[in-house]
Ligand binder design. Structure first.
Ligand SMILES: Cc1cc2nc3c(=O)[nH]c(=O)nc-3n(C[C@H](O)[C@H](O)[C@H](O)COP(=O)(O)OP(=O)(O)OC[C@H]3O[C@@H](n4cnc5c(N)ncnc54)[C@H](O)[C@@H]3O)c2cc1C
Length: 286
């Protein structure tokens, strides 16, 4: 299907980009890699009159590994995340999650900022950002601000971004030594959006009990979210079969999927429990 007509602008600075967005009064859209925007425009689900391409805006791409946090520029592509060994050493869950995103060609163009802004409830990165307590840096015509990932997502394909705001980076807190993690998803074919998925990190106390469990879910809720009851079932307990079964049951009950032609609500709910069980049975340590 052909795209609807639109104007195209290629600003050379962040200030120019936010000014163009502000002046357009909400009728312009940011173009990152086009891997979600082009399909939705082709289907006439979005008909912006102007695309503001971020490709030539400096300072928006790259990975910085700092002492306290890892910063990934919004225009960093999936491929760059996959290929960064330093990033994989610092937060290994990121490489594992991105390895499930789409296909080679899409990962060559798609960006982390575009995925967060698109806010697909079945996408990996929004759920990972919520699970890992990421902070989203944003610039708008009125200035810059930072948003906790949990506050960025407000519904399916909905965020708290203003129309003139551009995601500039996402920051993840560094992990403590010994943190355990796992990532599991179920999709009908590799690269498809997941019918359900979980991201998990757990720490441990000196007595071998779980502490600080973070469980995020995607594909089985209206927006990426953490499963606080399943986390509570883990915290303070030893990671044995009884604890894992209790956490999986809590997760399945807490997930609130809506069914579609790819999988019914009950099916997705049961997948969440199964995926969390498998994740808890096979955690890796940093
Ligand atoms: C066949 C196919 C399969 C896919 N499978 C998966 C999958 O399994 N998992 C998955 O997660 N994704 C999947 N995707 C989507 C893909 O990951 C996209 O790369 C991702 O959604 C972001 O695309 P993009 O960076 O090209 O952003 P664009 O498509 O350019 O933009 C997406 C949206 O975000 C806005 N935007 C972009 N950048 C910014 C920014 N910096 N600040 C504010 N707003 C911004 C745009 O205006 C637009 O509304 C798939 C896509 C296709 C076509």
């Amino acid at each position: 299907m052909k795209l609807p007509p639109f104007d195209y602008v290629s600003p050379r600075s962040l200030g120019e980009a936010t000014r163009i967005l502000a002046e357009s009064g909400g009728s312009a859209r940011i173009l990152a890699g086009g891997q979600s925007l082009m399909p939705i425009m082709a289907f006439r689900l979005a008909t912006p009159d102007k695309l503001v391409d971020l490709r030539h805006v400096p300072g928006l791409a790259g990975v910085e590994i700092g002492d306290g946090e890892v910063k990934i520029g919004a225009m960093t592509r999936w491929r760059d995340i996959l290929e960064s060994d330093a990033l994989a050493a610092a937060i290994p869950l990121l490489r594992e999650a991105v390895s499930h995103v789409a296909h080679y060609q899409i990962r060559n163009r798609g960006t982390i900022g575009g995925s967060l802004a698109h806010a697909d409830p079945a996408a990996e990165m929004p759920a990972v950002a919520v699970t890992l307590d990421a902070t989203i840096d944003v610039a708008g015509a009125g200035g810059a601000r930072s948003i906790a990932a949990a506050d960025l997502f407000t519904g399916a394909l909905e965020t708290s971004l203003a129309p003139d705001e551009i995601i500039t980076a996402v920051r993840f807190p560094r992990w403590p030594a010994g943190r355990r993690w796992a990532f599991r998803e179920f999709a009908r074919r590799r690269g498809d959006f997941a019918l359900a998925g979980v991201a998990l990190t757990i720490d441990g106390d000196p007595e071998g009990r779980v502490s600080n469990a973070h469980i995020g879910v995607f594909g089985a809720t209206d927006q990426p979210r953490r499963l606080s009851k399943a986390e509570a079932a883990l915290n303070g307990s030893r990671l044995d079969e009884t604890t894992i079964a209790a956490a999986a049951a809590a997760a399945a009950a807490e997930a609130n999927p809506s069914g579609d032609i790819h999988g019914g609500a009950d099916y997705r709910r049961s997948r969440v429990g199964t995926l969390l069980t498998r994740a808890l049975q096979s955690t890796s340590a940093v």
